[in-house]
Design a protein around this ligand. Sequence first.
Ligand SMILES: Cc1cc2nc3c(=O)[nH]c(=O)nc-3n(C[C@H](O)[C@H](O)[C@H](O)COP(=O)(O)OP(=O)(O)OC[C@H]3O[C@@H](n4cnc5c(N)ncnc54)[C@H](O)[C@@H]3O)c2cc1C
Length: 289
Amino acid sequence: MIYDFNYLKPGSLNEALSMLSEHKDECKVICGGQSLLIVMRQGMVAPEYLLDIKHVKELNYISFDAKDGLKIGATTTHRTIEKSDVIAKNYPVLVAMENKLASIQTRNWGTIGGNLAHADPAGDPAPVLISLKASIKVGGVNGERVFPLDEFSVDYFATQTNEDEIVLEVQVPVPEPKTGAAYQKFNLLDSDMGIVAVAASVTLNNDGTCKDARVVLGNAGPVPLRVKKVEELLIGKKYDEALFAEAGKIASEECEPVDDIHASEAHRRHIIGVLTKRMLKKAWDQAKA
Ligand SMILES: Cc1cc2nc3c(=O)[nH]c(=O)nc-3n(C[C@H](O)[C@H](O)[C@H](O)COP(=O)(O)OP(=O)(O)OC[C@H]3O[C@@H](n4cnc5c(N)ncnc54)[C@H](O)[C@@H]3O)c2cc1C
């Protein structure tokens, strides 16, 4: 059952931010409603005010340039990202990830800002975006802040956003030359939330050694987890199956997965090891091509 609330529909970003500043902790932002309405229906969240930002035009955009990279406004839907030519050309891993996120219906409603703000550790976009070194811009009536996306989630369903701030934009730098990126989630039903997931990106030097790498785990702890031990291990190394196996072993040890009805902790650790090995190999192969 959904409890009564006051519905606020701002006509602009400024209006949205001042409404939020006025009502703060009595107010919940809603965009696509794909996550919020579920917890409202369960009675777990019962805000006095619902601030609907779905139609705030200033937050609905995708832009790209070769210097600053990609910028995606918070209210951009998953489906728009999936269908974007500029993203397909410059960040194909994002399109592949979106293609496996929920159903088309959910992707038509759900937004990138809502997904990241919801901070479900099983969410698909965050690990991929973190592997691409993305940042997030949040803002309120007192100004804007930008920080690395890997610092955004602080716990299960909790972020650094203050109660008078909303997510405004995701920023993704232009990948360096000789960079590859790959993502896979392990799930039992196609396009369902992942039981675990792994995103990897690899950048190579001209001599084929690893210049930089990121490995980010989804649903393997309270927040998307960067496995820095693996990232450090890879730098300066050459393509080597044994190296990928070692990386998988470290990732399966470093993660903090739960034991629940979907999978045991041990099974999750095993799958993380396998996917880490596979995603690193896939990203490296792409970087070489
Ligand atoms: C059937 C189903 C399957 C799903 N499968 C997947 C899946 O496979 N992978 C996956 O990642 N997700 C999945 N989801 C989750 C869902 O698609 C996303 O979390 C969705 O992107 C949320 O976006 P939204 O705009 O609908 O957010 P809402 O539901 O409107 O809001 C979610 C939360 O974010 C807050 N919020 C929304 N926008 C902002 C903003 N701009 N700034 C600050 N706070 C904001 C709200 O207050 C709320 O707390 C699934 C959902 C459903 C219903």
